[in-house]
Design a protein around this ligand. Sequence first.
Ligand code: FDA
Length: 307
Amino acid sequence: MTTLFRKSILFTADRRPVRSFFQKYGMKLIAHRFVAAEHLKDTVEKVKELNARGLMVTLDYLGESVKDERLAAEAAGMVLQTYDAIERNKLNSNVSVKLTQLGLNISHDVCLNHMRKIAAKAKEQGNFVRIDMEDSPYTQVTIDIYNTLREEFGGETVGLVLQSYLYRTEEDLRGLLPSGPNLRIVKGAYQEPASVAFPSKSDVDGNYVRLVQIMMDNGCYAAIASHDEKIITELINYASEHNIRRDRFEFQMLYGISGQLQQRLADQGFRVRVYTPFGEQWYPYFTRRLAERPANALFVLKGLFRK
Ligand code: FDA
């Protein structure tokens, strides 16, 4: 059911008339629930509000699958401006990026060159850049680029995301452990075939818990990115039973999702970071959020018929 729902939403969202309708009216009508703003200036105000409530942020300038060198360079420039805005406004925020936005589909070198400038900026400002993980054709090259950057700029400056729905992830994690990586663990948001990813949700969830526990057991800093309360409770208990200090992990959730849970955890003294996307290229991100949960599609329908 979940897979069928996700497939149908992603298929429908990709039809040209649906896409152009939402690109024209969607931000005003509905996407603002999941996307902070289209412009950096307005986004900064949203970040200040989150910070004032004790929530840290990671900013994501939206965009992916860029095939034009000019657009990749523009995106990289915007990421650099984002670091400047963070510093200028004294925001408690780091930055997350997608490699296909920075030219990975054009060439490995184009992407790596942009990433080097971004990592250099993050290091210079004592900040951090996290590389999001995209669909499985990009898994290996993303890990390779992460490894190169971590060697050049250090693991305190560059981090990566791993997805618990992929069979390969535990092996990938074990390969990275010796470098003491800072990793965000997610379940995975893309449509993947059963040849590479667990089809059953219970396997994805079980693997999620195992991966975070491996990180905690090995002294790595774990970014636990999920809204799944059962998993969050299980991992809080695990950390407490194994004397894992609260500054050795953080919870991460998406802007506009599970806001009360974010606040409750922050009020209890846990580190909580809100993944806050902004920019005009919000459509693919937005459709993935819809595909994750039937209730979100209903929310969209209601928004369309509301005056
Ligand atoms: P699950 O899908 O089981 O949901 C648990 C509960 O959370 C639901 O019952 C519901 O209450 C709530 N919930 C979940 N999704 C919701 C939604 N869209 N709307 C409303 N409620 C929702 N993926 C990826 O492939 N690469 C990446 O780099 C990232 N990066 C990333 C960063 C951060 C900070 C987060 C939180 C997530 C990602 N993801 C991601 C997305 C991730 O893979 C996954 O698709 C979503 O987090 C949903 O999975 P949950 O772990 O929340 O569990």
